[in-house]
Design a binder for this molecule. Structure first.
Ligand code: MOS
Length: 767
């Protein structure tokens, strides 16, 4: 059992102890249930197995199928192709969701290699897999080769209106004139290779249609009610399952049953790819044709084409500065790859204009629609590409003006948000710079390229991290029961980030009750519509709804004890009461435990709150998380083998709810950043349009051998401008900073400026 938390409801938060993850023991002992662990018994009715068949050409059409071999396999129940698949309705575009444009099996057209073209349902996995292999397709391939890289699709580049929440084009002042006039200039191109999330779980969905026309689903999704909305819309279910139902749930906080009954399961990683999984629809479609439920499990290779990934980005970045290194202008021109359909554009413009003070800027995205599956949200969307370029260019600028890279950043510190001119809600970037620099002893570092005793060259690099902080609409309901226990109901997706544990901590703290008395239920569509686990906002968005419901509970409880003749607090003023360590305390030394007060209550106390309707926007201030990453690398001058010897990331991310979990998120993020720097790349066969390294053996990520020592420093940063909970987000900012810090350290060690991610060994030789 987790130790109970020393709670305090009113005073400033004390230095926190960390609580073990609620689901931790279950996960490490193998007891935790993922979708694929659900069989007939646990599901309550028999399930068939569904296997997807994917295209082996990139562009063209399907002339015909020969399904005789597949159908002849014993145990095969059906083969679904575009010829017999349920027709899906067009989906209203909903923020974050791309699925509306990617409806599977709706026609004979092939738009990318690995597109779903059939689903085989059989009574065993073996039969389904064997039959899937025997689905024969007569293709009519397009006459021309697919274009799958920005280089191949250069003639398709076109302007775009929006890239995520950023405008496609943004300008302030006359950036080009300022650039021409600037005495110091940096002008460089930076390239980021596409790569995939590669969560451990390959991702399964269970679906069964019920007698009342509803559908029962087991899946692991990041935003519960957006996924049920997608299913409700696609299959034309009742209003309760379509947009009016979603809005009533999300914006008005209503609770009602719908016909899409999703149990959201724990995920073996998500990172953005569980936002609009196509196979959720495929499983529902196959189940519709089958007379019982199906379980559809993707292969690792299929996750590369049926789930999303981070798109290729190629950008030109120009910085114009005065002779002292003060930025005058920033011109950033990213070209972004997008797939055959879908509106997601890697939002490179989300952050770079907010990082440093400057006078003028110009930022525009162009997109090339390629013969590929659609990219999507992936941990640190936009920012990881944007700041790789910006922070590399700042390092180049530091060299040109002869300033220490940290001094250059300090000189360009943005005291207000340069884009909007608004002050920050709270900015502790100076403290991050100080903490990171002190940890790595930045000011005492050896000269770049100094050989160590073993001959390896030492290099130091640093970069700023930045991630703007949002909040999404969330409803939660909290019930204080007569036995003094608390039930919290909110759809919150545990994707591995620790949100369950953090939400219990927030509840315990808000109510002044021990964690052991709190029960959290998050997985049912019946629950109030919580916010999704996206964009580093899940704990904050859902947490604020819980805090506000808890405040209502306390107000009700205090009035109740005031009126209660049997309570020692009878007639005490509710405004003078607080709950501390499970005790309602009033003026003087009057106190009664919550458990004892609730024993006499006629009924449980329930409250529901909806927060974040304005998406955390504030007309007066801009809110963001800040950080600074410092690294020391060593590099072998003969083999160019590189190790991240030490990396410190110092982050100011608002109030930290669970220190161990937050640290784990930041370290995980930094490890992604190191992966982005050194390894992560999904290779495409330009002849066929196929993702080549679609397996965990060849999709390289960093291991312990690549990172000798890594630490996240959490800079105290209590952020209460937008909400008393005081939070920002910790999940994604860790990714932003490590890649440019390593690129800058490679330059420091070798004099080679590498501008193409990943910074492969062959690049490090320079030349
Ligand atoms: Mo995150 S890319 O919003 O899962």
């Amino acid at each position: 059992m987790p130790p109970s938390d020393p709670s305090s409801s009113s005073a400033a938060p004390p230095a926190r102890t960390s609580n073990p993850r609620i689901e931790g023991a279950a996960k490490v002992t193998g007891a935790a249930l993922y979708v694929d662990d659900i069989g007939d018994d646990r599901f309550g009715s028999s399930l068939d197995t569904a296997v997807v068949v994917t295209s082996t050409i990139a562009i063209g059409r399907i002339r015909s199928f020969d399904l005789s071999g597949a159908r002849a396999v014993p145990g095969v129940r059906l083969v679904m192709t575009h010829q017999n698949a349920p027709r899906l309705r067009k989906l209203t575009a909903v923020a974050m969701s791309e699925i509306g444009e990617l409806l599977p099996l709706q026609g004979d057209r092939i738009s990318y290699y690995g597109q779903a073209i059939a689903v085989v349902v059989a009574d065993t996995m073996l039969a389904a897999s064997e039959a899937a292999r025997l689905v024969l397709v007569d293709y009519e391939p397009a006459a021309h080769a697919p274009a799958v890289t920005l280089a191949d699709g250069a003639d398709r580049l076109a302007p775009v209106k929006r890239a995520g929440m950023a405008a496609g084009e943004t300008k302030k002042g006359d950036a080009f004139a300022d650039y021409e006039a600037a005495p110091v200039k940096v002008d460089a191109r930076y390239h980021c290779a596409p790569h995939h999330h590669n969560a451990m779980e390959t991702s399964a969905v269970i679906a069964r249609w019920d007698d009342d026309g509803g559908v029962t689903i087991r899946a692991a999704v990041q935003w519960h009610h957006l996924e049920t909305l997608a299913v409700g819309q696609a299959f034309g279910l009742d209003l309760a399952d379509r947009l009016p139902g979603y809005l009533a749930r999300a914006a008005l906080g209503r609770e009602f049953a719908g016909k899409v009954r999703l149990t959201n399961m724990m995920a073996g990683g998500a990172f953005g790819r569980n936002l609009n999984p196509q196979h959720l629809l495929l499983a529902c479609m196959a189940a519709k044709l089958n007379d019982r439920g199906v379980k559809l499990n993707l292969s690792r290779e299929q996750t590369f084409t049926l789930l999303s990934y981070r798109a290729e980005v190629d950008q030109r970045l120009r910085l114009g500065a005065d002779a002292d290194g003060r930025l005058v202008t920033i011109i950033q021109e990213p070209d972004v790859a997008v797939g055959f359909a879908g509106s997601y554009v890697e939002p490179v413009g989300h952050s770079p204009l907010q990082v440093y003070a400057h006078v003028s800027h110009y930022l525009r995205h162009r997109v090339a629609r390629l013969d590929l599956n659609a990219p999507g949200w992936m941990r640190a969307p936009g920012g990881s590409a944007a700041l790789f370029a910006l922070e590399s260019a700042m390092d180049e600028l530091a060299g040109k003006v002869g300033l220490d890279p940290l001094e250059l950043r300090l000189r360009n510190h943005a005291d207000v948000d340069p884009q909007s001119g608004k002050p920050w809600t709270r900015k502790s970037l100076h403290a991050c710079y100080r903490a990171g620099a002190a940890a790595i002893r930045w000011h005492d570092r050896p000269k770049g390229g100094t050989p160590r005793a073993d001959g390896r060259l030492i290099g130091y690099g640093m970069a700023t991290s930045y991630e703007s902080s949002l909040r999404f609409p969330a409803s939660a309901s909290v019930t204080l029961r007569q036995d003094g226990t608390v039930l919290v109901r909110v759809t919150a997706a545990e994707t591995g980030q620790g949100i369950w544990t953090a939400l219990v901590t927030i509840t315990a703290e808000s109510l002044g009750l021990p964690r052991s008395q709190i029960e959290l239920v998050t997985d049912q569509t019946m629950l109030p519509a919580g916010a999704g686990s996206i964009a580093s906002t899940g704990t904050f968005s859902n947490g604020t709804a819980i805090v506000e419901a808890a405040q209502m509970i306390k107000a009700k409880l205090f009035r109740q004890v005031m009126r209660d003749h049997a309570s020692p607090l009878h007639r005490a003023h509710p405004g003078a009461m607080a709950i501390v360590d499970g005790q309602v305390r009033g003026p003087g030394n009057l106190a009664e435990s919550v458990v004892s007060a609730m024993k006499r209550a006629r009924e449980p106390i329930t409250a529901r709150a909806t927060t974040g309707r304005n998406f955390g926007r504030d007309t007066k201030r801009k809110k963001a998380s800040f950080g600074a990453v410092f690294t020391e690398i060593s590099i072998d001058p003969w083999t160019m083998d590189l190790a991240a010897e030490r990396m410190f990331g110092a982050f100011a991310c608002g109030r930290i709810i669970e220190p161990a979990i937050a640290r784990s998120q930041l370290l995980g993020g930094m490890t992604w950043g190191i992966g982005q720097a050194l390894f992560e790349q999904s290779h495409l066969d330009r002849r066929t349009g196929r993702w080549i390294n679609a397996n965990l053996a060849e999709a390289l990520i960093p291991t312990h051998a690549d990172i000798r020592s890594i630490e996240a420093i959490m800079v105290e940063d209590d952020e209460t401008w937008t909400h008393s909970l005081g939070m920002k987000g910790v999940s994604e900012i860790g990714v932003i900073g490590p890649a440019p810090a390593i690129a800058n350290a490679i330059f420091d060690a070798t004099g080679n400026r590498l501008r193409s991610l990943p910074l492969l060994i062959e690049q490090r030789f320079g030349g």
